[in-house]
Design a protein around this ligand. Structure first.
Ligand SMILES: Cc1ncc(COP(=O)(O)O)c(C=O)c1O
Length: 394
C-alpha cells in the first residue's frame, strides 16, 4: 500500500484481513457444530464502518451497554442479531432486546425483575452469565490463587440457584442459554476445554434444556505459533461431546482476535531535537493515547518509512507523541539511521482496545481510512473537530 497519499495521523483498516479472521473463526466452528454465532465485540473496536462490515459478513454485534446497543442498531443490526451482555444495560434496551429475539445474558439482579415488565401473552428466551473463578477450574491459566470474577451469577454461592428458581417461576420466560466469558492471559484452548466442561456440569446439575452456550471471547487471532481457531473450536467440542451436548448452538464473542490485526496506525515525524550529545527527541503527530491507552506497551510491531536511507546512524532516538505528557514516549531506537521530519511510522496490529479507549486529550480522534479488498483506499471517518464537541452543548 502506498501511504504517501494518506494524511496523518490516521488508522488504516484492512478489510481483507478483517474478513479473513471472521471467516476463519466461522469455518472452524461450522466444521464441528451445526449452529454457530459470532458476536463481534463492539467494545473492542466500535468504528461504525467496521461494525457494518461485520454485519455484512454475518456477525452479530456483542454489546454491553445502552450506548453500544444503540450504536449497533444505528449500524443496521436488528435486535435478533444482537448479543446483549454486561451490567450496564438500560431497562428500555433490555426489554426491546428480549422482545426482539436478541441473545440477552442476565448479568444484574435488577434485570431479572425487569423481565416482569415484558408484555404478557408471549414467551421469551433469556440467557444467564455464570460466574467463573479461573483458579478453581483451570489453575494453570489463573492470575494468582483466587482469579475470581465480578461478573455472572455464582454456583459457588446460592446466587445461581436463586436466579434460576426466580426465572423458572416466571411462566413466560424460558432459560435458553448460558454465558461463560473469561479472558485468560494464556488465551489457551485448555482453559476453554475446562470452562466448557464446567458449564456442561452446570447444565447437567440443573437439568437445563438450553439452545445455546455463549463461550465469550479471549482468543488469539491468526498468528504463527499460536493456537488456531480450530484449536479453540475443538476444545469446546471435546467437552460438549463428553456430555452429549454438542448439539448446542455455540456463540463466540471475539474481540482482540478479530480487531487487532486489521488495523494499523500511521504517524509522521513533525520535529527533531538534540537534547544532549547523544539523545535525539523525535516528535510525531501520533500519541500513545492512540495505540497504547493503558500506557503499558514498551514496543510495537512497526515500520519506519522510508525504510531504506543512507543517513548516518544516531546513538539514541526517542520517538515521542504529540501530547504534552512527558511520558508520551512510544519507543526508542539505538544506533539506527537518523530520523527526519516527514518520515513516517506505521504501527501494525493496533485495532483492539485502542480506538475505543482513546481520550479526547489535546488532539481529538484521528481519521480512519479503509483499504478495500481490491486495494482502494477511502476515508471512512474524518478526524473529530472542536466543533463536534460544541454540538454536545445543551
Ligand atoms: C463479555 C465479553 N465478551 C467478549 C469480550 C472480548 O474479549 P477478547 O477481546 O479478549 O476476545 C469481552 C472483553 O472484555 C467481554 O467482556
Amino acid at each position: 500500500m502506498n501511504h504517501t497519499s494518506l494524511r496523518t495521523p490516521c488508522f488504516i483498516f484492512d478489510e481483507a484481513e478483517f474478513e479473513r479472521g471472521i471467516s476463519g473463526f466461522r469455518d472452524a466452528l461450522e466444521t464441528r457444530f451445526d449452529r454457530v454465532g459470532i458476536g463481534y465485540s463492539v467494545k473492542t473496536n466500535s468504528l461504525p464502518y467496521a461494525l457494518r462490515q461485520a454485519r455484512e459478513l454475518g456477525c452479530m454485534a456483542e454489546v454491553v451497554s445502552h450506548d453500544e446497543y444503540q450504536l449497533a442498531r444505528h449500524c443496521g443490526f436488528s435486535p435478533d442479531r444482537i448479543v446483549y451482555n454486561g451490567p450496564m444495560k438500560s431497562k428500555e434496551t433490555f426489554l426491546e432486546a428480549v422482545a426482539g429475539g436478541a441473545i440477552v445474558n442476565l448479568e444484574a439482579k435488577r434485570e431479572i425483575e425487569w423481565l416482569r415488565e415484558l408484555p404478557a401473552g408471549r414467551h421469551y428466551n433469556i440467557g444467564i452469565r455464570l460466574n467463573i473463578n479461573i483458579s478453581h477450574i483451570s489453575p494453570e491459566d489463573a492470575d494468582g490463587h483466587d482469579d475470581n470474577s465480578r461478573f455472572g451469577f455464582s454456583d459457588e454461592s446460592s446466587e445461581f440457584t436463586d436466579a434460576l428458581q426466580t426465572i423458572q417461576a416466571m411462566p413466560d420466560i424460558r432459560l435458553a442459554g448460558l454465558h461463560i466469558h473469561r479472558t485468560t492471559h494464556s488465551r489457551s484452548p485448555r482453559f476453554y476445554e475446562r470452562s466448557v466442561e464446567y458449564a456442561a456440569g452446570i447444565i447437567k446439575k440443573y437439568n437445563l434444556s438450553l439452545d445455546y452456550l455463549d463461550v465469550g471471547g479471549g482468543y488469539f487471532g491468526i498468528f504463527p505459533n499460536k493456537p488456531t481457531f480450530a484449536d479453540y473450536a475443538e476444545a469446546f467440542h471435546a467437552s460438549l461431546q463428553r456430555h452429549d451436548l454438542a448439539n448446542l448452538r455455540i456463540i463466540v464473542e471475539p474481540g482482540n482476535a478479530l480487531t487487532a490485526s486489521p488495523f494499523a496506525f500511521l504517524s509522521e515525524i513533525t520535529d527533531v531535537k538534540q537534547i544532549d550529545s547523544r539523545t535525539r527527541i523525535i516528535t510525531t503527530d501520533g500519541s500513545r493515547n492512540d495505540i497504547d491507552p493503558f500506557f503499558r506497551k514498551t514496543d510495537y510491531l512497526k515500520e519506519i518509512l522510508p525504510a531504506d536511507t543512507d543517513r548516518p546512524a544516531e546513538p539514541l532516538q526517542i520517538i515521542t507523541g504529540c501530547t504534552c505528557l512527558e511520558y508520551d514516549r512510544l519507543f526508542t531506537l539505538t544506533d539506527a539511521p537518523r530520523l527526519e521530519p516527514g518520515d513516517r511510522i506505521l504501527y501494525h496490529n493496533v485495532g483492539a482496545y485502542t480506538m475505543t479507549l482513546s481520550p479526547q486529550f489535546i488532539r481529538l480522534w484521528p481519521r480512519v481510512y479503509a483499504v478495500s479488498r481490491d486495494g482502494n483506499i477511502t476515508e471512512v471517518r474524518r478526524p473529530s473537530r472542536a466543533a463536534d464537541l460544541i454540538t454536545l452543548d445543551n
